[in-house]
Structure formats: C-alpha cells, structure tokens
Write a protein that binds this ligand. Structure first.
Ligand SMILES: [Mg+2]
Length: 417
C-alpha cells in the first residue's frame, strides 16, 4: 500500500490564538487584520517578536527580531503578550480533532502534527478531500486556519504545508518535486539552517534543486553524515526520520518534560542522570553498547535543538553516557528556558566490552561498569527505589524565568509557530 502523510501546521499560531482570545475577551478588532505581533515583555531589553499578523509582515516585520526593531518599521504596531496556557488549550483541541481521522497522530510542536493517513481511504475518502475536511473543521470549530501538506512521506508533507499560506492544502508527490520544491531557495529545505545555507551558497548551490543535482559524495564531503541526509531530503527522500518515534529500533532513548522551565543546564543534571541511567540499564539488559549519544532540548517556545557526539569507544555505562550528555547540554543550552530534555544512544552494537586505549582510565571504567552491573542486579531484586544515586535526590535551585532572548538559529530546526 502506498504511504500517505499529512502535515498540519497552524498559520501564525501564536498570533491567531491571541487574536481569538482577544475576541473572546470582548475586543472588537481582530489582531489578524491589523499590524500586530505577539512579543515578550517590551520593558525587557530582549523582547522579541514571537509571531506576527499578515499586515505586520507587509511592513517587513520578522519573527525573532526585537520589538524595538519592529517599532522602527511600524511605530503604531499593536503588541500583545503571549498566553501560553491558551495556546496549549488550542493545541490540544486541534490534536483531538486530528485524532478523529487516524490513530497515528504525532504532535511535532505546539502548532504542528504529522498524521499517518495510510490506509484510511476506505473510511474517509480520497486524501485530498479529507485534508480539506480537516482544514475546514478546525476553522469552523476552533476559529483558526491551518495549512495541510499531503505527501508520501513526512519530509515532503512538511515541505508542502509551507507552500502558499494561509488556509491551504498542498500536495507534494514525487512527480511534483521538480516543479514545486526544486525551485525554492536551499535555505527553505528542512534541516538547512542559516549557516548551512551560507556554506552551500558559497559553493554556488542556491536552490533545493541545485543541492539535489549535486554529486552525493560532494554533499557528504561538505557536511559529513548530515550532508548525505540533506542530499536525500533535497531529492524528496526521508532518509532520516523527521520524528524520533520512527527512528530505527537500534536506538535507545528517553525524554522528560520538566514540571517547570529550566534556565540553566545545571538544573537539568539530575534529570539527565536519571535518563542516562534508564538508557544505560536498557543497553546493558540487551547486552548492547552505543557509539553515538544525542541530546535533545525543547525550549518553552517548542523550538527543538539536538546535538550529538560520536564516542571513541562504544559504551553502556551510565556514568559515561552522563558525562557525554552533560557536556553536550552545556554546549547547546538555548537562550530561552528549557521545558524538555531527552537523550538517545544510537549506533548500537553487541560488543560487550570497551576497547581500552591509552586515553582511557581502564581501572576506573572497570569499577564503574561493575557498579552499574551491581546496581542493575539490585534493582532486579528490590525494585528501582532501592538503588538511587545520591545525585537524583538533589533538589535543583529555583531560577528566575527569562523569556524572549533570541534562539540559536543555526542549531535550531527551521520553522516557528
Ligand atoms: Mg505554524
């Protein structure tokens, strides 16, 4: 059966949702019809534009720029603060509607979801028709518009939903890739951040089509493994799954949403240790070791960042995983507070020992592995409550929330609500 996916993306989500809230609160002007932005506290120096209306866009106002800069472009701009509780409510209501059409809904960010619609034709009719039904239902029942991308994989569905906005359904089938996707600027390709786009342009690669036509080996030479992924994306192939849920089985991962947003990496250490312990335990249970550690962070605006390290020696030691993850967190910690931390261990093999080299303190490692194994045994016997590392009991300190600083564009994935 041929696969079919939808990507549903709310148009100017924060601005649309705030507009609805204002109307509900008795305001007469719809923020979507005037130059308006959702922004952090203007009194704070780092207040930025989180979302903009269509009319604000016409004045050249951009998401991510400072409110000060926005005011120089249109002094009378209406600025409203974000209302995250209301956003989350709308997000949940949308997901509930989407779940009427398939059990396989993956929320990708606060305002985006992937739907695996494969095999639903008997139930709901042709995909294009269902996509329009979903679009209209969300507008009728919830009052905001979405774009729906329809395609044979998640990558193409996501690219398609980004075509002309708002309130549109677009398809992107393989035969449409040359006309609909290849003419776009290379920076529009999923996974190509501003710095990658710059490097490609220096090489004379301006469009997605240019990248697709580039020899595969050249792309790999330019960016390593990521170059190969991007080259596949440019050719319409979802070579690496867009969502972790569909990553191959040989990865061991865990993530957790924090009860409160965290401003500094040290506040996440205890949680990260617990996650590494659970991942390490599963690796050891299966007699496996991992070579690659990936840390994922999601900030309070749902921007995802992930960084990874390939280790010289594969490991399943909680301690080693934690050392690597801890270091990664410090390198990649975003400007905005973090709400989710995750770790995954990939490239697993069944070598049960670490190959020692001159740089490894073999005695210490040996001891650590023994400790890990002993802890695993005790857990098996007495349950996980007994063996808790002292670190896990430590309370993290309260920190003031800092909202509104610009994100690290290069390491964050493309797109904003
Ligand atoms: Mg959106």
């Amino acid at each position: 059966m041929s696969k079919i996916f939808f990507h549903v993306d709310v148009n100017s989500a924060f601005l649309s949702w705030s507009a609805i809230k204002h109307l509900q609160d008795g305001e007469t002007v719809d923020l979507r019809t005037i130059p308006a932005v959702v922004g952090g506290d203007e009194a704070q120096r780092h207040g930025v534009v989180l979302a903009k209306s269509g009319p604000a866009k016409k004045y050249g106002i951009k998401t991510g720029e400072s409110l000060f800069a926005a005011r120089t472009k249109y002094p009378a701009i209406k600025v409203v603060p974000p209302d995250f509780d209301f956003y989350v409510k709308n997000s949940k209501a949308m997901i509930a509607i989407l779940q009427d059409y398939t059990p396989d809904v993956e929320q990708y960010s606060i305002d985006e979801a992937f739907l695996d619609m494969t095999g639903t034709e008997q139930l709901f009719g042709p995909p294009l028709q269902v996509a329009h039904t979903i679009r209209q239902r969300i507008y009728r029942e919830l009052g905001f518009t979405v774009n729906v991308g329809v395609a044979p994989n998640r990558l193409l569905a996501k690219m398609a939903s980004d075509f002309e906005k708002p309130n549109k359904v677009h398809t992107l089938f393989p035969e449409e890739v040359p006309t609909k996707m290849w003419p776009l600027p290379v920076g529009d390709l999923f996974g190509v951040g501003p710095s990658a786009a710059r490097r490609l342009k220096e090489r004379g690669i301006y469009t997605i089509g240019d990248l697709a036509a580039m020899p595969r080996a050249d792309a790999a030479r330019l960016f390593g493994a990521r170059g190969d992924t991007l080259w596949n994306y440019a050719n319409g192939r979802e070579a690496d799954p867009l969502t972790k849920q569909h990553a191959k089985d040989n990865s061991y991962g865990n993530s957790v949403t924090m009860p409160k947003d965290l401003a500094r990496p040290e506040q996440a250490d205890a949680t990260m240790l617990a996650l590494c312990d659970s991942v390490g335990r599963r690796l050891r249970r299966d007699g496996k070791t991992a070579r690659v550690v990936t840390v994922q962070l999601v900030d309070n605006l749902f921007h995802r960042t992930s960084h990874q390290t390939t280790m010289h020696n594969p490991t399943n030691s909680t301690d080693r995983l934690y050392q690597v993850a801890r270091e990664l967190m410090r390198q990649m910690w975003p400007a905005r507070p973090v709400r989710l931390v995750g770790i995954s261990a990939e490239k697993t093999g069944t070598d049960n020992f670490e190959q020692m080299d001159l740089f490894t303190d073999s005695a210490r490692l040996d001891k650590q592995e023994k400790l890990d194994r002993t802890a695993d045994e005790l857990r098996k016997k007495f349950g996980s409550v007994v063996v808790t590392r002292a670190k896990l009991l430590m309370d993290d300190a309260e920190e003031p929330r800092a909202l509104g600083a610009a994100k690290d564009k290069d390491s964050a994935e493309k797109g904003s609500p």
